[in-house]
Design a protein around this ligand. Structure first.
Ligand code: ATP
Ligand code: LTN
Length: 333
């Protein structure tokens, strides 16, 4: 058997719902890049998910290109990973339907992301927003991954995907692999720089609340200088110092230093120096990514060639799983 066949499988996706943030990077994408040498990896731009919130069509189209380009700029390699756009592989929507008929209303109603997003978009609480975790389960189960690298906010959705797989296998016979979440130790939940009670989110209306991966050095440093801390002083992790704790986590995730090392480094220093150091470390990490991105995004033809090729490879796998699930359910296939 070749080495590739023996490797464990990994799958993850990201929504093209805005500029990718430092939270997406530290919570998810940084690990994707590391995993591609060890695992058989599949990564997608989840455009079907993005329309659960109203999107302007021209902007969505350009965000799909830029998200894919950014994945490449971060170091994902189409030679090592299958990289595609979700809507190019129709099996995602097809399996989502089959799975939704095997998922209970009550299970979906518990999802905290649905509660948060429906509060935020009260004028558009659509059915897709509600059943979104079923589509996510389909994304995952089609590729039979062993691990799904995500930030901590996706833990609940991952558990539903596991429940759906277990139930389906029990009812119809073995079709799906039951995946495990892979959540990083540092960076799993990067908080908003303006409200450290909330996670950093690319769809936040307050642009100072998140650092975009493509922000330039001055912008990154300005955003960190404005980050909310507290009036007490003291640079250490604590439940009642959420702003400072968040900055320590970010610095630790970017530099690879442990939290105690970071606390020691800044002992006796003021918030001004600390915020500047965090801003500089983040800006230095992001600068080469931005440079690579600018080159990649200027060649649309090459991007299209890569994502079409990725979709073909993905569909070969997805078709088999979808076909098997449909057959088990009783469809004439
Ligand atoms: P939106 O704000 O539109 O809901 P999002 O950034 O929360 O978008 P995705 O783009 O789908 O959501 O997230 C992609 C990956 O980034 C997921 O694995 C998610 O868990 C991770 N992620 C998102 N925000 C953070 C964060 N603040 N900290 C750590 N990981 C995050
Ligand atoms: N729901 C995720 C994005 C997402 C995903 C997936 C992640 C869609 N499909 C499959 C892992 C596996 C989010 O909103 N962050």
């Amino acid at each position: 058997m070749s080495e590739t066949l023996e490797r464990k499988r990994v799958l993850s996706c990201i929504q093209p719902s805005g500029m990718l943030t430092l939270g997406n990077y530290l919570g998810a994408l940084k690990n994707w890049v590391k995993m591609q040498d060890e695992f058989e990896t599949t990564f997608a731009v989840a455009d079907l998910h993005a329309i659960t919130v109203r999107q302007e069509p021209a902007k969505l189209r350009s965000q799909i290109y830029s998200t894919y380009a950014l994945m490449l700029a971060l170091g994902l390699d189409p030679e090592k990973s299958t990289m595609f756009i979700q809507s190019h592989v129709p099996e995602h929507a097809c399996l989502a339907w089959v799975l939704s008929c095997n998922t209970q209303f009550g299970e979906m109603a518990r999802m905290t992301q649905f509660k948060d997003k429906s509060a935020k978009h009260a004028d558009n609480i659509n059915v897709g927003l509600f059943s979104y975790p079923v589509l996510m389960a389909a994304d995952i189960l089609l590729y039979k991954p062993d691990f799904v690298p995500v930030g901590a906010d996706q833990k609940q959705h991952l558990e539903i995907a596991r429940d759906i797989a277990i139930r389906f296998n029990r009812l119809y016979g073995d079709v799906f692999t039951v995946p495990d979440a892979y959540i990083p130790k540092t960076g799993a939940r990067v908080m908003s720089l303006q409200d450290p009670e909330k996670k950093m989110s690319k769809s936040d209306d307050n642009l100072n609340s998140f650092v975009a991966i493509l922000d330039d050095k001055d912008t990154v440093i300005r955003k960190f200088k404005r980050a909310i801390t507290d009036s007490e002083g003291g640079i250490y992790v604590s439940e009642d110092k959420k702003g400072v704790s968040n900055l320590i986590t970010i610095y630790s995730a970017v530099t690879g230093k442990t939290v105690p090392e970071v606390e020691k480094e800044f002992e006796g220093k003021g918030y001004g120096d600390f915020k500047l150091a965090v801003g500089e470390a983040v800006a230095d990490e992001l600068a080469p990514i931005r440079e690579r991105y600018n080159k990649i995004i200027s060649d649309k033809g090459e991007l299209e060639r890569l994502f079409r090729d990725g979709a073909e490879r993905a569909e070969r796998v997805a078709r088999k799983t979808c076909f098997k699930a449909m057959k088990k359910v009783g469809f004439v296939v």
